[in-house]
Ligand binder design. Structure first.
Ligand SMILES: [Zn+2]
Length: 205
């Protein structure tokens, strides 16, 4: 199987519970310290096997091969990836069958991560995710007072829009938001605004 390591939890000694997102599963696996393994790290894409154990209801992680992308060695890009990827764990844990959309989205992000601004890739991926889940509220209605937003909207977690006076948050250019929502592009934001949008992404999917 192939998947992305989206969560690592240290248990006793140096053993780990490694949670891996595959195309249709979020699987928790147990990795014994000292077992011969390829290096694993949060965010890595790996090829792996699992072995069911009779003593435990958590499968053992076996036969790990790292499927590294070129940017894995670039500290900054990896750092941003390792902030982005755990959001998927929080969002998907506890769900038995996972739609391929999420794995495919990470594949797409990983491909773009080398050549594009990774924060930009992450913001655009977030909007795609909201669209996929039917959570993209693009009608410019304030989620607090439910009135139309005529001026530049403010944004909160989940990219919900509101009046500045209703939610007391930074505002963004209405047209740039429109472009982001309809074309999943951050092209019309400057770097300063992209940083603010990235902060909203980090609040959770
Ligand atoms: Zn309002």
């Amino acid at each position: 199987m192939q998947g992305y390591i989206i969560h690592i939890n240290k248990v006793k000694d140096e053993d780990l519970i490694v949670s891996i997102l595959t195309r249709d599963l979020l699987v928790d696996t147990y990795r014994f310290y000292g077992a011969r393994h390829a290096t694993i790290n949060l965010g890595y894409k790996i090829d792996f096997e699992i072995q069911q154990s009779t003593r435990s209801n958590i499968a053992q992680l076996r036969g790990v091969i790292q499927l590294a992308s070129k940017w894995y060695a670039q500290r900054d890009r990896m750092h941003i990836w390792q902030l982005f990827i755990p959001l998927f764990y929080k969002h998907l844990k506890g769900i038995d069958s996972i739609e391929p959309f999420y794995f495919d989205l990470l594949e797409e992000c990983s491909e773009k991560w080398l050549l594009q601004n990774p924060k930009r890739v992450a913001i655009e991926a977030y909007i795609k995710l909201l669209g996929f889940e039917g959570r993209l509220h693009d009608d410019f209605t304030c989620f607090v007072c439910e009135q139309k937003i005529q001026e530049n909207p403010a944004i909160v977690r989940g990219f919900l829009l509101g009046h500045e006076k209703c939610i007391y948050k930074n505002t963004f250019e209405a047209q740039a938001i429109q472009e982001l929502f309809s074309h999943k592009s951050t092209l019309f934001f400057d770097d300063f605004d992209r940083e603010k949008l990235w902060d909203i992404v980090l609040e959770g999917l």
